[in-house]
Design a protein around this ligand. Structure first.
Ligand code: NAD
Length: 322
């Protein structure tokens, strides 16, 4: 899915970059995408693609379990790499990627936390930074989708969906989390543990409440609202219906992430391309951000299964991420 989205964007929409090679474990998928792109060759493996002299920078959009090997291969080749979220499929793999990057002495990797580039989130952050509602006290982050992929298990609601909410909360508030607890209430009519309510505390005591409801049928509905000392600020929600239901006419809720975050993906990838062309390696969300989000996710999974609050424990940030 997102590999095709990013490939088409880079080749057809964005400036100053092109897709010169694609690969996929399922070769027909690579061939199909290459057929849509004017200058893309098909390479047999990720390693072959990364070693290709015509490849200046690498975009990884395989599943999380197949991020680490390619991220490290790209970093060790000195090639900037954009890696979709989650950074990798475990905390240890995230640390291995960070260690490879730290060994080069500079940032080369950006993680695909595109919400940081979304105009509505940027406006919300500006409002907070301007002090318009005073110090944030509570942040509500709502993550509702039409249908979770059939292959998802209960843990993926946290590791693949809520991971976006963890990252955007850290970015909006400028703080780390200290604890997480998770409540799974009444079950929706699906296999996934759905919906979930996740309650997190930050270092200064802000409470972040994340709701993941991933099988609501009506659309992709992302909300965020901060309660401050003397007011509230929410993500702009232009022209949406007041009633959202799978059983009434759709009145404007986006169907999926492709539509809701189209601008964010454009801005995110163009910023990455511009940084790469300027020789800056990477300037957006870092491997450290990917590592922190993974630690929070894993603490969340422990909390889901234990029913108890779980501490979020981070290593010290390596210097290149400060
Ligand atoms: N930022 C976002 O909003 C967003 C949205 C969707 C997906 N994602 C992330 O992007 C990644 C891919 O998600 P997707 O939904 O596009 O998945 P997908 O299953 O549609 O595509 C993954 C592709 O990777 C290929 N693949 C699997 N193992 C491979 C390997 N070892 N080497 C090479 N190719 C391999 C598969 O054949 C498949 O074509 C995930 O990490 C996901 O969390 C991010």
């Amino acid at each position: 899915m997102i590999g095709c989205e990013h490939g088409r964007r880079i080749a057809h929409v964005l400036s100053d970059a092109d897709v010169v090679a694609v690969t996929d474990a399922y070769p027909d998928a690579a061939k199909q995408l290459a057929a849509e792109l004017p200058n893309a060759a098909v390479r047999a493996t990720g390693e072959e693609l990364i070693a290709d002299e015509t490849v200046d920078a690498v975009v990884i959009t395989s599943p999380a379990s197949a991020h680490e090997e390619y991220a490290i291969a790209a970093i060790e080749s000195g090639k900037p790499v954009f890696c979709e979220k989650p950074l990798a499929s475990g905390e240890r793999a995230c640390r291995t990627i960070m260690a490879a990057e730290v060994a080069t002495g500079r940032r080369l990797l950006q993680v695909g936390f595109m919400r940081r580039y979304d105009p509505a989130y940027r406006a919300l952050k500006q409002t907070l930074d301007d002090g318009a509602i005073g110090r944030p006290l509570i942040y509500h982050s709502t993550h509702r989708t039409t249908a979770a992929p059939q292959t998802w298990s209960g843990d993926m609601a946290i590791i693949d969906a809520a991971v976006h909410d963890f990252d955007i909360s850290r970015w909006l508030l400028g703080e780390e989390f200290t604890t997480i607890q998770v409540r799974a209430g009444k079950q929706n009519s699906h296999e996934l543990r759905d919906p979930l309510v996740l309650i997190l505390d930050t270092t200064s005591g802000v409470v972040v409440v994340v709701e993941t409801s991933l099988n609501l049928g009506y659309g992709y509905d992302i909300r965020g609202e901060v309660v401050g000392e003397f007011g509230t600020a929410a993500l702009a929600d232009p022209g949406r219906a007041l009633v959202r239901s799978a059983r009434v006419r759709d009145l404007g809720t986006p169907r999926g992430w492709q539509e809701r975050f189209a601008d964010a993906y454009d801005i995110e990838l163009q910023a990455w391309i511009d940084a790469v062309r300027a020789g800056e390696g990477a300037t957006g969300p870092s491997a450290w951000d990917g590592y922190v989000a993974q630690v929070v996710s894993e603490a969340g999974i422990t909390a889901l299964h234990s029913g108890e609050p779980v501490a979020v424990e981070l290593i010290e940030a390596p210097g290149i991420y400060e």
